[in-house]
Design a protein around this ligand. Structure first.
Ligand code: GDD
Ligand code: MG
Length: 358
């Protein structure tokens, strides 16, 4: 098996609801992460594994992907796009790209996973086991939020339990699968299918050779604000590897067009986007600041995501929040506890205090 006989399929059709309001205007895989759309990091890993043909399985805001990546030539990739008029689910999204597949082996990726796993290791295990399907698996502390996948001593998958209340193991689906291509033809076409709730359980029931590949490399699903901030910071600090950041890691990442005044502290893997201005005496710890943002002097920000074009007034304090595109946060306001400010909302000056349990 050579990497050139392998197609990569990336599922990017989800609505990213847990990252609203950032995903109202931008699909989750396109949110800026350590200076580039998140998907760039995944595509760079696919390329580093020697795979060149990539099919993006899209639905929600499909045009954004093609506008940005085009043919993929500038990345050394050959990218195709398949659009679902109505979202078909993860299994439907895989089935829908079947006629674009060129090789006998298909590597499918969830488009929101930040990881450091050696992809060639998964492919080698797939071949060595003569598997029909190989699932990348990781151990996590909260398996209820994921697909729980117990295996036997030989690595053979015993069950697939998507988001179950009482998971039998903390070993979960890491969102990367290798399929023998012909199995994809067996997924029902033209209707919604969940690969996790329908396809995998059926393959197991039918006795196919489904194996798990477990490793301890960095892994994070970027689907919630907390994980998005943490994943971005981990990239900046070199804790999460990306081929795009080799030799560029540090305590913060500031776009060269941004302006950060003296006496401001940027800590914890904070990212400052294009054209953003940060006044004097601010402190930003573990914050993702998108493009065109203005932060006035003395503001203190922590564990938050600041959307495009936001304005933050002097001495404001923001902790654990998501601020939507174009919002204005008045001077001296205090926002905390998971508060999400919707795009364009204007909060007046003078120390108004907001929090939320959301
Ligand atoms: N094309 C297409 N069509 N893609 C979709 C659709 C769809 O209808 N729905 C979701 N996707 C894409 C999303 O864009 C995302 O990249 C991926 O499929 C997974 O969807 P999420 O919404 O992020 O799922 P999750 O995080 O709750 O759970 C999944 O990932 C976990 C690992 O991160 C499941 O696969 C779990 O089993 C797994 O543990
Ligand atoms: Mg996810």
């Amino acid at each position: 098996m050579t990497e050139n006989s392998i197609d990569a399929v990336v599922l990017v059709g989800g609505k990213g609801t847990r990252l609203r309001p950032l995903t109202v205007s931008t699909p989750k895989p396109m949110l800026p992460t350590a200076g580039v759309p998140f998907l760039m990091h995944l595509l760079a890993r696919i390329k580093a594994a020697g795979i060149e043909h990539v099919v993006l399985s899209t639905s929600f805001k499909a045009e954004v992907f093609e506008d940005y990546f085009g043919t993929g030539e500038s990345l050394g990739l050959d990218i195709e796009y398949v659009v679902e008029d109505e979202a078909l689910g993860t299994g439907g999204g895989i089935r829908n790209v079947y006629d674009r597949l060129r090789g006998d082996t298909t590597m499918v990726f969830n488009g929101d996973v930040l990881g450091g796993t050696d992809l060639t290791g998964i492919l080698q295990a797939h071949e060595a086991n003569n598997a029909d399907v190989t699932l990348h698996l990781v151990q996590v502390g909260n398996p209820r939020a994921f697909g729980c996948v117990p295996t036997d001593a030989t690595g053979r998958v015993l069950a697939f339990l998507e988001k179950t209340e009482d998971p039998p193991t903390n070993q979960i689906n890491a969102g990367c699968y290798v399929f023998r291509r012909e199995l994809i033809a067996d997924i029902p076409a033209g209707r919604v299918v969940s690969v996790e709730r329908e396809t995998f359980p059926k393959l197991l029931e039918d006795g196919y050779a489904v194996y798990g590949y477990v490793d301890n490399a960095y892994w994070r699903d970027m689907g919630t604000p907390g994980d998005f901030v943490r994943g971005s910071s981990d990239l900046v600090r070199g804790i999460a590897p990306s081929p795009l950041l080799v030799g560029r890691t540090g305590e913060s990442l500031v776009d060269e067009s941004a302006l950060v005044k003296d006496g401001t502290l940027l800590l914890g893997g904070t990212v400052i986007g294009r054209g953003t201005e940060v006044g004097a005496g601010c402190r930003l710890d573990d914050v993702v600041v998108f493009d065109g943002v203005t932060i006035e002097p003395g503001a203190v920000l922590e564990d938050s995501i600041i959307g495009h074009g936001v304005r933050i007034g002097a001495n404001a304090r923001i902790k654990n929040c998501v601020i939507g595109e174009g919002a204005h946060i008045g001077a001296r306001c205090e926002l905390q506890d998971g508060l999400r400010v919707w795009p364009g909302v204007k909060i007046p000056d003078n120390g108004i205090r907001f929090s939320s349990d959301a």
